[in-house]
Design a protein around this ligand. Sequence first.
Ligand code: HEM
Length: 419
Amino acid sequence: MSHVHHAPKTVKMGDPAFRADPYPTYAWLRQHAPIIQVKAPFGFGKAYMVTRYEDVQAIFKDPRFSTDMRRRGSGEINGGFNRFMPRSVRILGNQMVTQDDPNHARLKNLVHKAFTPARIASLHSRIEIITKDLLDAAEKRDVIDIVEDFALPLPMTVISEMLGVPEHMRKPFRDLMTNMLDTPGFALSRFFRQFMTTRRLIRFLGDLIDLRRREPDDGMITALIAAEQKGDKGAGDKLDQEELIGMVFVLLLAGHETTVNLIANGTLALLENPDQFRLLRDNPQHIKTAIEEFLRYTNPVEHGVVRFASEDLPVLGVTIPKGSVVMAMLSSANRDESVFKDPDKLDVTRDPNRHLAFGVGMHYCLGAPLARMEGAIAINALLARFPHLQLAIPPTAVRWRPSVANFRGLIALPVRTAA
Ligand code: HEM
């Protein structure tokens, strides 16, 4: 890939060329324009984009950069948006990522125990079995799609089993999410389609929760319903129906749309760097540093959720007016040359590796231990099973999802399983 630095007139987040390789643009921005205004995703109007590691980290760590869109109030740039916020969008926002403390902390605490490294370690053998079954099926074919046949079904099965989502409801959820995230087209039709999808999604989540009310199991949805009903341990344990929907939504979404990118983007990075492929295949003990490097180098999540300035806030000498949208690019921070040596080089033994792929500060990824374990099991098993794995399409034919930024994932990754 070329790394010729060019001056972007403007950064178009959805542009296929930018999606394919945003890194030269980020490198230019870090050097020449570390804070700029761009068109924001999801109809948010204009946003400030910040690209240097230090500034990205500072914004994530500063709760005055709120993730709660209700904090936008009468923002100078996009004022008035709140009046038009549909009820369905508000419900999906009723969860930990898009709320400030104390509500954020209360919601995170309710599920935090299920995601501690010790609890996640207990899933190890189950994840190995799911991985093995997927590879057994893949082995029967010469060409498989790493995304659909491997990287997606693994985390999807794991999070569905943790939550208690029955098999027949898993694909419909995925289809709804694809519809919502990957809707190209003109602004108005996109807005309409997203609006309709959001409504269907809320109904879907409501049905799922009702199912677990009628048929309780030992999964997290059932446990959360119990927390909703109890309410006798004080406010700390209470959840209302809208919060229940928001919670299930964020866990299912994060479980589906992120780890798939770690596994598939990581596989692509190895195929593009055969020396690193061989190094890891022949030395699987490097998997720990390799996973951190895939997180840094491939950026499954590009910028987390957008932030809103809850007051006038200075960044790099610019005053960001209250109510403005701020996008702090984790994917650019992870290639910052002032922090990482040879940042555009994939090095599966890189250590230390202070990447920000899981975010930083109070919204630090709840699922990090799970994602790391799924990624490690998946990639090592893939390399062991198919030691001569190869791309089945020319590298230039690899296509990235048009997803409105944030999730950095491949549409497909066709590979040959045997040499
Ligand atoms: C490679 C996989 C993953 C990556 C790269 C990733 C990345 C992130 C990032 C960047 C954030 C911070 C968002 C922000 O502050 O704007 C975050 C938060 C979060 N992630 Fe992950 N994630 C991954 C996997 C998962 C998994 C498997 C789950 C489990 C269901 C999960 C659940 C969450 C939750 C609930 C939050 C919100 C935490 C909070 O608001 O305090 N993530 N993740």
